[in-house]
Design a protein around this ligand. Structure first.
Ligand code: ZN
Length: 209
């Protein structure tokens, strides 16, 4: 499938395209080492940085293959307290290919707001594991085991979901789904519990008509 390219920049596909809902196929060692995939990784890195985002999965650029890029190094928009609450630390650029993800024994679930480059303009709270192990290949087709905690564990869960055709809106605490603009204007700094109770319908669903 050709990539939509404008000025060398690849387009990020938006929710509603079936490629975001497919289970992506695994890459062979030969495919990983091919110039086509190496070139694709560079383009995905550039697209992620331009967006900007902390992760980008191949289905998001129209390619249903088991490959994602991750980088979380820019934290100037967050206070030290927010960084501590999220257990968020710098993660250098890296590539995950054919990942398997496992929740670690010491993990618990925490709720935070997240967004997605394929669902532009919206955010919602998602409960995710705080501690995961990922077994995958890197861009040199070498086996890697990643032990991730906190926000990095959240990024991995979000990106690996993409490779299985799953979006955060499938896991979102539904009343908390809102525009990014309203999140900033009305709810920023409030806890997920507070936001959820402020936005949950006061009648039981489904309604009888
Ligand atoms: Zn996403």
């Amino acid at each position: 499938m050709p990539l939509a390219e404008i000025n060398g920049q690849i387009d990020i596909v938006q929710v509603g395209e079936s490629v975001l809902r497919q289970k992506a196929t695994e890459l062979s060692v030969d495919e990983i080492l091919s110039s086509e995939i190496q070139d694709l990784i560079e383009k995905m890195k550039a697209a992620m940085r331009a967006a900007p985002g902390v992760g980008l999965a191949a289905p998001q650029i129209g390619r249903p293959i088991q490959l994602a890029v991750i980088e979380d190094v820019s934290h100037s928009h967050l206070t030290p307290q927010q960084l501590a609450e999220r257990d968020r630390h710098p993660v250098p650029f890296h590539v995950i290919i054919n990942p398997r993800i496992y929740v670690e024994k010491d993990s618990r679930n925490v709720e935070f707001f997240e967004g997605c480059l394929s669902i532009v303009g919206f955010v919602g709270a998602v409960s995710r594991a705080t501690s995961v192990r990922v077994e995958c290949l890197n861009e040199r087709a070498e086996p890697v085991i990643i032990y991730a905690k906190g926000w990095y564990a959240r990024i991995l869960q979000h990106e690996i979901d993409h490779l299985n055709g799953v979006l955060y809106i499938d896991r979102v605490i539904l009343p908390t789904l809102m525009t990014e603009e309203n999140y900033v204007k009305l709810w920023k700094g409030k806890s997920v519990k507070e936001i959820q109770s402020g936005l949950t319908p006061t009648v039981n669903l489904p309604l009888d008509y």
